[in-house]
Write a protein that binds this ligand. Sequence first.
Ligand SMILES: *Cc1c(COP(=O)(O)O)cnc(C)c1O
Length: 232
Amino acid sequence: MSKNTTITITTHVNKIRQDIHDICRKYHININGLKLLAVSKTHPASAIQAAFEQGITEFGESYLQEALDKIHALKQLPIEWHFIGPIQSNKTQQIAANFNWVQSVDREKLLLRLNQQRPTELPPINICVQINYFNEPQKKGTNKEDIPKLLELANQLPNINLRGMMAIPPKAGEFEAQLSQFQQIAAFFKQCQKNFPQMDTLSMGMSGDLEAAIAAGSSMVRIGTALFGARK
Ligand SMILES: *Cc1c(COP(=O)(O)O)cnc(C)c1O
């Protein structure tokens, strides 16, 4: 990694932190309730290391093989790894063994396999179920009608630590429309929290829509492009 790239990542980390700070102020939100997940898919281990040196400790990856290579290369660093990509069920074993979190769980089979395959020497794996709130046909995630059953199962499995929900709503042109989508998801999440009060994570908001997501009550924004630059 060149010195310039390291400087760029440092600048981006500071900029995102400042943006998050400003947004929280604007909407009177407690910044301590908000986590920053750095989405490092397609970017090299050296970029992750540069962000880690700026105090970022949680990284999100979407492609298993690429992620495993980076996890291995960086195993001396105390990083929390989040799997956030689509999951084929034959990949759950390696996910269960190598990640701290999985945010893209969208069906019972994945929960059962992750529970069974989580190595006994590790703590229960942190899970967010992925919701497809607006029933977009081309998108992953569970429709909201099917979410309660999924949460119920996650709640029962001993090697699963149910943490919350992850959402990727459709792109909306206007800020108000974006905000409204995130608010609907946040309201649904709150309703589900009544039955599963251990859920402390509503993962929503990316580089292009973090203001609306935070304003609506996100507790974790997943930022890739704004930290590491465009993906190829
Ligand atoms: C790639 C990705 C992100 C990051 O998106 P950016 O627009 O680059 O910030 C966030 N969440 C998920 C699930 C992703 O796949």
